[in-house]
Unconditional design. Structure first.
Length: 135
């Protein structure tokens, strides 16, 4: 049994952001082979393509949003163990209300910290962008 954790939502958002970025670049004729491969993978729904998405995002070397994507990747990788730990804690929580509430509170605190890191990285990236930066 797997619990859909808030970290999973952030990961989904990161993939949506990458797909959106690649789609815009495709529209303007600036799609690189790596992003073309990424768009192809997003159209599939199997485990092999799921793993391929992670590899393409992990090695993101496109100039557009490079700092942001790499920072989000680092946050996601750092959070992976914490997510699994909190998921196990929820699944193994005893039948008493106190144990389960403690597990939920721990997950909430972890999730809030993770959201804060993602948002901070995003805002810091935006603050550092040149006003006239082009793609």
């Amino acid at each position: 049994l797997a619990i859909h954790m808030p970290a999973d939502e952030l990961e989904s958002f990161q993939h949506l952001f990458a797909w959106f970025t690649a789609s815009i670049l495709k529209h303007y004729g600036k799609l690189t082979p790596r992003l073309q491969a990424l768009l192809g993978i997003y159209g599939k729904a199997n485990m092999e393509s799921h793993l391929g998405k992670f590899q393409l995002l992990k090695g993101w070397d496109e100039p557009i949003f490079k700092g942001l994507i790499l920072q989000w990747n680092k946050i996601a990788m750092d959070a992976e163990n914490g997510s699994e730990s909190h998921e196990r804690e929820l699944l193994c929580a005893g039948s008493t209300t106190g144990e389960y509430e403690t597990a939920l509170n721990n997950m909430f605190d972890f999730s809030k910290e993770l959201y804060d890191k993602y948002l901070t990285a995003g805002f810091d990236f935006l603050k550092g962008m040149d006003e006239h930066q082009t793609w």
